[in-house]
Ligand binder design. Structure first.
Ligand code: SAM
Length: 337
């Protein structure tokens, strides 16, 4: 265990508390840094060689963090996690670990239609699907070749499979998709989805453009309030999003939950409970970490040496900054967004 004072406890089993007293119980596990789309703000040109995480390593890491350190929520991400050839098998192995409360996945939805039902049966709890626009040509341009209809079929399949509530992630970009926030909201709510609007973060080679395109949460809410009444919902402190009960101003319109993730204008660092592991086996204590802590030295002959891994984890967790620097040279696709 790592204690709030920063002193390692003699007992290796126990919750993970960082140097600022934050309990770390959420893991973002990047399964691959490959993607079948290349969204302009996420996967700028010039990608290095792609990498899928080793299946046995991924399951061992989740078993270690959940069994020994109290991690309860795992979000599978990437890159595009649906491209990992052993995804289903990995999910069912993780779902058998009784120490986990939730296994969720973030996807662009392009390959979700064929796998949603199988993923739910394997033990996946929920999905977040990225959807920045409802215009097919805009979608293709933003994602460099994506097919909007395929993502829509993926969302419908996830709803039908019971991976509910399906959350739609909309990265709001000035001059790109900020004219369709109400349409995206109506579209999602009318299908029973939660719709989450994300402030754009300055990550990777496109950081300057991301900064210029930032639409602050206050402005997002202002735009939405032209068509929806928004009542704040009390949410758990560790939740990154601020959620609202949304109802159409005009009678008969859709209602549901809308959220805003104000990473830039209202950072939630003080309540951050996340740890990341990349597809290259590095621990990142913060999205904005410049370097990572490699678990390679603890992975011997297909087995995780949990004591060696604890020492690496301790260094990573104690380095978790109180506030992220809001600047990151690495591309989001290789961090695992
Ligand atoms: N391929 C999957 C997808 O498209 O959802 C998972 C990986 S993607 C990196 C995870 C999430 O990060 C997506 O919702 C994406 O929109 C978001 N994202 C990527 N770059 C971002 C940025 N610069 N600012 C805010 N969100 C970003």
């Amino acid at each position: 265990m790592i204690t709030a004072s920063g002193e390692p406890s003699a007992d290796p089993l126990g919750p993970l508390i960082d140097g600022w007293g934050r309990r770390i119980d959420r893991l973002r596990l990047s399964l691959t840094d490959r993607c079948n789309l290349a969204c302009r703000y996420c996967a700028a040109a010039g990608a290095g060689s792609p990498c899928h995480i080793d299946e046995a390593f991924a399951v061992a890491v989740v078993r270690w963090l959940s069994g020994r350190h109290g991690v309860r929520h795992v979000r599978l991400t990437g890159g595009e996690p649906l491209l990992h050839p052993q995804l289903l098998h990995m999910v069912s192995s993780m779902a058998r670990l009784c120490s986990l409360n939730e296994i969720t996945l973030t996807t662009n939805g392009q390959a979700l239609a064929v796998s949603a039902e199988r993923l739910r049966r394997a033990g996946l709890t929920r999905v977040n699907v990225s959807l920045d626009t409802l215009h097919p040509r805009r979608f293709a341009r933003l994602t460099r070749g994506g097919d909007l209809a395929r993502t829509v079929r993926g969302i419908e399949a996830a709803i039908a499979a019971g991976l509910r509530p399906v959350r739609l992630n909309v990265v709001v970009q000035r001059g790109i998709n900020d004219d369709e926030l109400c349409e995206l909201c109506e579209w999602g709510l009318s299908r029973g989805c939660t719709v989450r609007f994300l402030e754009m973060m300055p990550v990777g080679p496109e950081a300057t453009v991301c900064r210029e395109r930032l639409v602050p949460a206050a402005e997002i809410l202002d735009r939405l309030s032209r068509r929806f009444t928004l009542e704040p919902i009390a949410s758990p402190v560790e939740q990154a999003a601020t959620d609202y009960a949304a109802a159409s101003v005009v009678g008969g319109g859709p209602a549901g939950i809308v959220g805003v993730i104000a990473s830039m204008t209202r950072p939630f660092c003080t309540s951050c409970r996340r740890l990341r592991v990349t597809s290259r086996g590095e621990i990142l204590s913060c999205l904005f970490d410049a370097g990572g802590w490699s678990l390679a030295a603890a992975w011997n002959g297909g087995r995780l040496d949990e004591e060696a891994a604890d020492r690496i984890l301790q260094a990573a967790v104690m380095a978790k900054p109180r506030f992220g620097r809001r600047t990151q040279r690495r591309r989001m696709i290789s961090i695992g967004g």
